[in-house]
Structure formats: structure tokens, C-alpha cells
Design a protein around this ligand. Structure first.
Ligand code: COA
Length: 323
């Protein structure tokens, strides 16, 4: 067996400001009861002006490198997933690179909305397995508060800001022990682009650039597609759901998360849930949840962890990782 990509460090960053449902209910026609019942969300972190995707991504990356016990010299690539970059270019990954004082290697952003982290992880793993990189920072960093229509109660209550990161390192020893990224599976269906999108960008100056969503349709596709993705990941590794120690799902909605847990026969004690406190942080949600459960000792070295996410595109995917 050759080389595997080992997750040697995990880190996170959340803005200090917390906005609870009651506070939102003073701005738009909603209530804590409605939001909690339909989504499980109780609060979200909201970025201050200086807390951009690059700033938060840098902090999460620093934490991941510290957790891995390595310095910036170990990084030879940065792949950052975001739908809310600081600038059209340079890539947010390169703003992070500069902030970390790194001048070697490569960096680029990945745009796959809420599936962005799983996509970025898949690319980083492929590059490591191909021998193109030995140490890659994979970051998800988002400031959705800046693309929300704060007058649309159907969407503004659902999202939050934050960043999460992992450090992936090429490891022959990890391969021998059966640890590291075991598989990733990516999917997309661009014909569903109009059920969840941002209605503008710098290329469309007359459009405000606000998130628009048909919640029911997204919900329906999320449950079906993610169930397929999870089955695919297990089948590819000749595993059954009992082998999974932890499910770390995209944190969009507690009802979708519970549906996935039921599908796998995993109780809430085996599913990492942060949606109640973070809301949907898009590409940051999976690494934020992973970081929380890694830091508090729930997820341990050797555990089998299934990551999955779906978002605008539609784009979705899974990753199976032995920590
Ligand atoms: N507070 C109070 N009422 C609200 C509301 C809010 N924040 N948002 C919508 N409503 C109202 C609607 O106006 C509608 O009222 P009406 O029946 O008088 O027209 C009613 O609640 C039902 O709206 P609907 O959108 O059909 O609700 P729903 O049961 O589908 O729940 C979501 C809405 C968004 C919670 C749900 O569709 C969902 O979670 N979808 C998936 C979203 C998601 O995960 N997106 C990200 C994927 S990456």
C-alpha cells in the first residue's frame, strides 16, 4: 500500500458575536419556536467587519497546524472552500497563505457552496495520493451574513458565519495502519441550480447578490442524495453502517441530520450536531463540527468518521476517514 492522507490537525474559528432566534424575531416576522421546530437552530455566530473569510480561515488554519504540531514550513498547499471570498481575486487561500507567512507551495479556492469542504478535501487527498503535495491545509470559511437578504425570513434565519480547517499529511505509516482518508465521492447536478443560488456577483453589477432558496425542494433533494452518497461510501469500502463511529454531517437542518442518522441506524450519540449553535455555515460546517468533536474528545484517533454535505449547485459528496 502506498500513501494515505492523514488528518493530523483540526481547527476552528467562530466570530464572537452570537445572535439568538429571539433577537432575529425582532428584525423579521419569525419566532424562536418556528425556527427551532423546523430547523433545530437556536443561534448563529455573525462576523464583525474584520472577520472576513480570509481572516477566519487563517485563524482556523493556525489552530489546525497547532493541533498537528507543525509549523508553516510543513504546508505545501492551501485549498480553501468558500462562496463568500474576500475578493474576486487573489484567491482567499492566498490571503491565508500570506497571513500565515508562507511563500512556498500553491493555493486556490474551491466553489461548491455547502459541499465545498468535502470537495476541497477530495482534491487535496487526490493531490497527496498523486505525490503532488505532502502537507495540505483544507479550509472552509464563510461569511453568509453578507449575502443574506435580511428581509427574507425564509432564508436569513438559517445561516451563520465561521471557519474550520484540517491539515492533511501524506503518510505511508497511516496507510499501513489503515488510517487517513479512505474514500471521497463527489456529485453534482447543475440542472438544479435554480433551487438554491446567489442572484448575483461582481460579474453582474445590477444584481444585489443575495441568497435565494426553495427550501422544500432543497430539503427533498438533500435527504435523497445524501442517503445515496452515504450508501455509496460504505459500499466502496465494503463496510456496513455499524462500522461508523461518528457521522459528521453538513449542518443545515436538524431534521435532515436526523433522517441521515436514522438511515444509518446511528443515534444522536453517534452524530455530531452543531447546527443548534452554529446554524448553517456552508463550507465551514463540516470542519467546524469535526473540530468540536475532536477537541472535546468524542472523536478519537482510530475512529471511523463519515462526512457528508450537500448545497447549492446542487453539489454534494461524502468522505470516509479513519482518524
Ligand atoms: N418564520 C416564520 N415563518 C416562516 C419562516 C420563518 N423564519 N420562514 C418561512 N415561514 C413561513 C412561510 O412563509 C410559509 O408560510 P405560508 O404557509 O403562510 O406561506 C410557512 O412558513 C411554510 O414555509 P415553507 O418554506 O413551506 O416551510 P418548510 O416547512 O419547507 O420549512 C425550511 C422551511 C427552510 C426550514 C425547510 O424547507 C428546510 O429546512 N429546507 C432545507 C433548507 C436547507 O437545508 N438549505 C441549505 C442546504 S445547504
Amino acid at each position: 500500500m502506498g500513501v494515505r492522507s492523514l488528518l493530523t490537525g483540526v481547527g476552528a474559528y467562530l466570530p464572537a458575536e452570537i445572535v439568538d432566534n429571539d433577537t432575529l424575531a425582532r428584525r423579521v416576522d419569525t419566532s424562536d419556536a418556528w425556527i427551532t421546530e423546523r430547523t433545530g437552530i437556536r443561534q448563529r455566530h455573525i462576523a464583525a467587519a474584520h472577520e472576513t473569510a480570509a481572516f477566519m480561515g487563517t485563524e482556523a488554519a493556525r489552530a489546525a497546524l497547532a493541533d498537528a504540531g507543525v509549523g508553516a514550513e510543513a504546508v505545501d498547499g492551501i485549498i480553501l472552500a468558500t462562496a463568500t471570498p474576500d475578493q474576486a481575486f487573489p484567491a482567499t487561500a492566498l490571503r491565508v497563505q500570506a497571513a500565515l507567512g508562507i511563500r512556498q507551495g500553491f493555493g486556490f479556492d474551491v466553489s461548491a457552496a455547502c459541499a465545498g469542504f468535502v470537495y476541497a478535501l477530495s482534491v487535496a487527498d487526490a493531490m497527496i495520493q498523486a505525490g503532488q503535495a505532502k502537507g495540505v491545509l483544507v479550509i472552509g470559511s464563510e461569511v453568509y451574513s453578507r449575502i443574506l437578504n435580511w428581509a427574507d425570513r425564509g432564508t436569513c434565519v438559517l445561516f451563520g458565519d465561521g471557519a474550520g480547517a484540517v491539515f492533511l499529511q501524506a503518510s505511508p505509516a497511516g496507510a499501513a495502519e489503515g488510517r487517513g482518508v479512505l474514500s471521497t465521492h463527489l456529485h453534482a447536478d447543475g440542472t438544479l441550480g435554480d433551487i438554491l443560488y446567489v442572484d448575483g456577483a461582481v460579474g453582474q453589477p445590477d444584481k444585489p447578490g443575495h441568497l435565494v432558496m426553495n427550501g422544500r425542494e432543497v430539503f427533498r433533494h438533500a435527504v435523497t442524495r445524501l442517503a445515496e452518497a452515504v450508501e455509496e461510501a460504505l459500499a466502496a469500502n465494503q463496510l456496513t453502517a455499524e462500522a461508523i463511529d461518528w457521522l459528521v454531517p453538513h449542518q443545515a437542518n436538524l431534521r435532515i441530520i436526523d433522517a441521515m442518522g436514522r438511515k444509518l441506524g446511528l443515534g444522536r450519540d453517534k452524530v455530531v450536531i452543531t447546527v443548534d449553535r452554529h446554524a448553517n455555515t456552508s463550507a465551514a460546517s463540516v470542519p467546524l463540527a469535526l473540530a468540536e468533536a475532536w477537541r472535546d474528545g468524542r472523536i478519537r484517533r482510530g475512529d471511523l468518521v463519515l462526512l457528508e454535505a450537500l448545497g447549492g449547485g446542487l453539489a454534494w459528496g461524502s468522505a470516509l476517514v479513519r482518524m
